[in-house]
Write a protein that binds this ligand. Structure first.
Ligand code: ATP
Length: 362
């Protein structure tokens, strides 16, 4: 597991010349003896380190930081109109013209799609949520190399690796309130699956409520957080994390079966190209959601659900387990579970809203 100290060490290393151990330890303000453990943490996170005898440590290959200009070019290559602004400093952001997002004129389409990059942050979603009282986050995306406190539902830790994960959050404003937005994390997982398919990844499926999976192994997740009035308007922060390259050593830190995009297809797109594809797909899906709600996504979501018509168990917050067969999802994104081992029109059905519930293979 990467820590703030090992991430700081990564920032000090490069692939051109070795850094001497004592100098690195002094810069990190740690005893020299702690350095090998930090080097090991980086190696476990998939960062290759070369030990140069008598001289110190260097990166086995250059670390590629996310490049906003490459992202902007990728958006343009996907049919986006010309960017209208690039502000590399001080906050490093790139702005695209709104027509790249959606052509329908409606109040819920932001004026622009803006991408901001932070080298390191506690959590991209936490940062956007913090900004809500003071800033308009509509159409603002924030990505990072590493999150020190990446999280999933109920605050459970999300493990992301520098260069090996795509991690970002997108802010969006809706005229409607929380009830209307209940199915949004499901709709967003459809958008991400569509984007991955367009990038040539096959066999991407969804797992209720908010996971992307491949052959029952978790590839990524979506976390939607809401702010605002119950009846609207409201702001949503949609956090997305995808595993690009997750080394075996890092998988051991995750208590469930996981996979990465590199296992599905050899030639991975760059993080910039992938983020361009995913963001444009999400923006278009969000505009659709604002007008039609989850109903517009439900059939496709069910088609992509890895457990559709399959037996599952649900782990409830009070420790109880409910078994049944997945009949589908309703118009709000709640899971519909049929009693027994198959779904028929006479089956008794229960409805479960995501909240605190986890779905597992039966
Ligand atoms: P479930 O519904 O299966 O209980 P979840 O959808 O609630 O899971 P989230 O809360 O979205 O899961 O994500 C947190 C969980 O995801 C962690 O508890 C961990 O098991 C798993 N996890 C953490 N990092 C990764 C990763 N990089 N890839 C896949 N899974 C991860």
């Amino acid at each position: 597991m990467l820590t703030p100290k090992s991430f700081s060490l990564l920032r000090l290393l490069n692939a051109e010349a070795p850094g001497a151990g004592p100098t690195l330890a002094a810069q990190l303000e740690i005893p020299k003896g702690r350095l090998p453990a930090l080097i090991q943490e980086l190696e476990a996170a998939g960062i290759g380190i070369t030990r140069v005898p008598g001289r110190g440590y260097q990166l086995a290959k250059p670390y590629h930081r996310f490049d906003l200009a490459v992202w902007r070019d990728a958006c343009v290559a996907l049919g986006a109109s010309l960017p209208i602004d690039i502000k590399k400093k001080p906050r490093q952001q790139t702005v695209l013209h709104p027509s790249v997002i959606h052509t329908v004129e409606d109040v819920q389409t932001p004026q622009s799609l803006t991408l901001e990059w932070a080298e390191q942050i506690d959590s991209t979603s936490s940062e956007l949520m913090r900004r809500i009282p003071r800033h308009d986050i509509h159409g603002l995306a924030l990505t990072t190399e590493w999150q020190s406190e990446g999280r999933g539902r109920r605050g459970r830790p999300w493990l992301g690796l520098p260069g090996g994960s795509l991690m970002f959050s997108l802010g969006w404003r809706f005229e409607q309130g929380a009830g209307f937005l209940a199915g949004m994390s499901l709709a967003m997982s459809v958008a991400v699956a569509r984007a991955l398919e367009k990038e040539g990844f096959t066999g991407i499926e969804l797992k209720w409520p908010n996971d992307l999976v491949h052959r029952y192994h978790k590839l990524g997740g979506i976390l939607v957080e809401l702010n605002g009035d119950a009846l609207g308007p409201s702001q949503a922060v949609i956090g997305v994390a995808l595993n690009l390259v997750l080394p075996k050593t890092a998988r051991g830190d995750i208590p469930q079966a996981v996979s990465d995009l590199a296992s599905i297809k050899k030639d991975l797109p760059s993080r910039e190209a992938l983020l361009a594809r995913v963001l444009l797909e999400m923006a278009s899906a969000l505009a659709d959601y604002a007008q039609r709600g989850f109903v517009a996504f439900a059939p496709e979501w069910q088609r992509r659900h890895t457990y559709q018509n399959k037996p599952v168990k649900l782990l409830l917050p009070d420790g109880q387990t409910v078994r049944g067969t997945v009949a589908g999802v309703d118009a709000s994104g709640a899971l519909v579970l049929a009693e027994g081992s198959e779904v028929s029109k006479d089956s008794r059905r229960g409805r479960y809203t995501a909240g605190e519930i986890s779905l597992r293979r039966a």
